[in-house]
Design a protein around this ligand. Sequence first.
Ligand SMILES: [Zn+2]
Length: 437
Amino acid sequence: MRSKFFLVATALALVAMPARAEPPSSIDAASQALVENAKVKAALETVKADDAAAFTEQKRITEIAAPPYKEKVRAEYYLKRMQELGFKDASIDSEGNVIGLRKGTGGGHPKLVVAAHLDTVFPEGTDLTVNEKDSTVVAPGIGDDARGLVALLAIVKAMNANGITTVGDIMFVGDVGDEELGNLRGMKALFRDHTDIDGFISIDGLGIDRVVNQGTGSHRYEMIFKGPGGHSFQEFGLPSAIHAMGRAIAKIAELQTPSDPKTTFTVGTVSGGTSVNAIAAEARMAVDMRSNSIEELLKLEARLLDLVKQAVAEENARWKTDKLTVEIKLIGDRPAGLVAADSPIVQAAQKSVAAVASGLKVELAGSSTDSNQPMSLGIPAVTIGGGGEGGNWHSRNEWFKPTDAYLGPQRALLAILMLQGLDGVTKPTLAVRPAPK
Ligand SMILES: [Zn+2]
């Protein structure tokens, strides 16, 4: 039970999160000074002026395939774009993440990662042609996360064009493995290889009115029921893999879980059997469990796995045998985590919105994103939108409309500056984490 152990360790890490070394200077004061600064104003204008070019880039990126584990072509394109933006040392790491480091004047800290994911959910061979009708575009992955990828480039462009130097370092990352099958492999590698990261912002999703500060954890299993199998009439009396699975599903369907913290489960797919007149030798199901709380996720998991074993025991008992078995395979493992609403990173993500679109209400939300990984390690992290509107996520009919899309990178830029400090103008508000022992 590798994952279970990991999650318990994670829970302890969260509880033991170190106290901040120095009280950070106020986000409000930083915000005020930044919006009045001429360079910052000019940078926000650059972002707005770049809106149409960014949209064109978004469509171009969308048409470069990036299925799970096969992000390489898109990664190479993204690397080239980063190099063109001045990241001479940008590179692709061992897992496939594209990384460009923009140094500040503070000697390396605080270090903030700003990331968008390269991968899509769409398999190889999917038609990625961007269809444009009126002002709406339809294409798989056009918003998720091509929008985040271009928002990131727009931020760098505007910083460069206006001579913006931060105090803290910023690591810009186009990462792999965010979507389901990837299991956050890009993030797991990034935080394994760089133990000095103080904060993390993922640009994923659209609009600017949502700040994800809760990482919804998930555990997914494939369960394979196996029995002897045989003729439905001649060999009647043998246990059935399908009957055992049916017993298990009936029990799972009755589980009760809390609505707060939101905790959910479903048997997502089933398959099995060979013909109508055969006692099934094999049956499989895939089960998804999610929660905003590690404890609730583990509780649910323990109960559900127990019910599956009970179902197998009952099917064996029914036919006085022990021939029926179940193999339980963990196929998905995303850690859960939570960042306090009053932490500088959540505050910066919220207050930056007011600076570009006053009066807009921002909600805190839970979701499963790249931020889950740093959150589970106790590193302050949020996921914010890249601007614009859209829908039909993870479907071939995914759509995007560039309504006020520039607000995405504008807001992200302000949040970054609030956290990392503008050289000579504001101090960083993101706390430097103690070096790992
Ligand atoms: Zn995404």
